[in-house]
Design a protein around this ligand. Structure first.
Ligand SMILES: NC(=O)c1ccc[n+]([C@@H]2O[C@H](COP(=O)([O-])OP(=O)(O)OC[C@H]3O[C@@H](n4cnc5c(N)ncnc54)[C@H](OP(=O)(O)O)[C@@H]3O)[C@@H](O)[C@H]2O)c1
Length: 392
C-alpha cells in the first residue's frame, strides 16, 4: 500500500510504504509550517515569515552584482516551494528583474498565492494623489500582476512636508479604491503618525492593514513596543524589517570581522556591546539545536510579528527557513530581551522619523535625486539602482 498526500505551497508530503519501514521515516518530510499557521494581513493570508528583497538590487550597502541573479532566482524559487508567499520590496530597490521574472513567466499558482508588499517612496516630486497612483501602476507593470498585495507608504513626510503627507495618504486611498492594491500599509511610522493615518484612512473607508517597523532584538525600544501595542489594538499587522539587525544577529560578524562598506561603520559602533545578547542567542540556539539567526528571527515571530529577513545566498535562505515551525518559550524570550537591554548601543532608526534628521535627509535627498535625475534615462529602476541609502 502506498499513501501520498501532497499539497503546495507549503510543500508537504508523507509517503508510506509497507515494503520497507526505514523508507517511511526517510520519506517523511514535514512542512515548514502548517496551513493554519498562516497569518492574516487584512484580507490576505501570508506565511508566518516573508522574504525581504532590499539586498537583491542594492549595491552600496549590500554589494549587489548582476552575477548574483542566478542564485537569487534560486532563492526565490526555494522560498516559493517552501510555502513563503510574502515578498517585501519597494519601488526604490531595483529588484524587479529577479523577483518578478517567475511571476512574469506566468506560473498561475504562484501568481494566485503570492503577496507582493511594495513600498512607494515619498519622493519630493510625488506631490499629488495621482502621482502615487501612477507609481502603483508602474509597479504593477513591472510585476505583471493585476493587483499589488500590500501597497505601503515607505515613510512619512509629516516631519518635513506635511502637505505632501496628506496627498500621499489620498494616493493610498485612490490605489485602494481603484482596486490596484488589495491592502494598504505603512512603513517607518512612529506611534503618533500611525494613529493619525489609521483614523484618516478609516474615515475614508480604507482599513490600514500593516505597519512595517524595524523590529528585532536590536530594535525593541519604547517606540517599537508602543507601535506594536497600537497595532495589536487596532488589528494592524506588524511586519518586522531588518530582523537580523542587518546581519549583526547572525553571530558571524565580530569587531575584527566586519562587513565592508557602510555596514562596517555601523557594526563597529554596536558590536562591542553585543556580547551578552549574542551569548544568550548562542546558548538558546545550542539547546534547541537551532542557529543564532533562526533564534533571532523566531523571536520576531514569537512576538506576534511577521519578520522579512533579507538573504543573499541559498545557504542563508535554507537556514532562515529553519526559523519556522517552532516557537521560543516565555523564559527564553525574557532571557533574550534582558540580554538585549544590556547592549549599550541600539540600531539607528529610519532618519525620516526624527524632525531634525528628516529635514537634513530631505535636503540631502533632493540634491542627490536632482543629480541622479540629470543623469538617468528617466526610468525609475535605473535611477534607483544608483540611489542607495535613501530611503532604507
Ligand atoms: N521599510 C523600510 O524602510 C525597510 C528598511 C530596511 C529593510 N527593509 C526590508 O526588510 C528586509 C530585511 O532587512 P535587511 O535586509 O535590512 O536586514 P536583515 O534581514 O536584518 O539582514 C539581512 C542580511 O543578513 C545576512 N544574513 C541573512 N541571513 C543570514 C544567515 N542565515 N546567516 C548569515 N548571514 C545572514 C545577509 O547579509 P550578509 O551576508 O552580507 O551579511 C543578509 O542580506 C529588507 O530586505 C527589506 O525588504 C525595509
Amino acid at each position: 500500500m502506498a499513501l501520498l498526500i501532497s499539497y503546495s505551497p507549503p510543500t508537504a508530503y508523507i509517503s508510506c510504504s509497507t515494503s520497507s519501514s526505514p523508507s517511511l521515516l526517510k520519506n517523511l518530510k514535514l512542512p515548514r509550517f502548517w496551513p493554519w499557521q498562516k497569518v492574516k494581513i487584512g484580507p490576505l493570508s501570508v506565511s508566518p515569515m516573508g522574504f525581504g528583497t532590499w539586498a537583491w538590487g542594492n549595491q552600496l550597502l549590500w554589494g549587489y552584482q548582476e552575477s548574483m541573479d542566478d542564485e537569487l532566482q534560486q532563492i526565490f524559487n526555494l522560498a516559493i516551494e517552501s510555502g513563503i508567499n510574502l515578498f517585501d520590496t519597494a519601488d526604490s530597490y531595483g529588484t524587479g528583474n529577479i523577483l518578478f521574472l517567475p511571476i512574469r513567466q506566468g506560473n498561475k499558482q504562484v501568481k494566485d498565492n503570492i503577496v507582493i508588499a511594495t513600498k512607494f517612496a515619498a519622493y519630493p516630486w510625488r506631490l499629488t494623489p495621482n502621482q502615487f497612483v501612477d507609481a502603483c501602476k508602474s509597479s504593477l507593470d513591472r510585476v505583471q500582476l493585476e493587483q499589488i498585495g500590500i501597497g505601503q507608504l515607505h515613510w512619512s513626510t509629516a516631519n518635513y512636508a506635511p502637505l505632501q503627507e496628506r496627498a500621499l495618504w489620498d494616493g493610498l486611498v485612490a490605489m485602494y479604491d481603484k482596486g490596484l492594491v488589495r491592502a494598504v500599509g505603512v512603513s517607518n511610522y512612529g506611534p503618533k503618525q500611525l494613529l493619525k493615518i489609521h483614523d484618516y484612512l478609516k474615515a475614508r473607508g480604507v482599513p490600514l492593514c500593516s505597519a512595517q517597523v524595524q523590529f528585532s532584538l536590536l530594535s525593541m525600544g519604547k517606540d517599537q513596543m508602543e507601535i506594536k501595542n497600537i497595532c495589536d489594538s487596532l488589528g494592524i499587522r506588524v511586519i518586522s524589517y531588518s530582523p537580523l539587525g542587518l546581519g549583526m544577529l547572525t553571530g558571524k560578524y565580530t569587531s575584527s570581522n566586519l562587513p565592508s562598506g557602510p555596514r562596517g561603520l555601523l557594526f563597529r559602533q554596536i558590536l562591542p556591546g553585543l556580547e551578552p545578547l549574542l551569548n544568550s542567542l548562542k546558548e538558546i540556539a545550542q539547546k534547541r539545536r537551532k542557529t543564532i539567526s533562526q533564534v533571532a528571527i523566531n523571536w520576531c515571530i514569537s512576538k506576534g510579528t511577521i519578520p522579512i529577513p533579507g538573504v543573499k545566498s541559498i545557504k542563508q535562505a535554507e537556514e532562515n527557513l529553519g526559523a519556522l515551525g517552532w516557537q521560543l518559550n516565555s523564559d527564553e524570550m525574557l532571557q533574550l530581551e534582558y540580554a538585549a537591554l544590556e547592549s549599550p548601543r541600539k540600531m539607528v532608526q529610519n532618519i525620516f522619523q526624527t524632525r531634525f534628521m528628516a529635514t537634513v535627509a530631505w535636503i540631502f535627498h533632493n540634491i542627490k535625486t536632482s543629480v541622479s535625475q540629470a543623469t538617468a534615462d528617466g526610468r525609475l529602476m535605473l535611477l534607483e539602482r544608483k540611489k542607495i541609502l535613501f530611503p532604507t
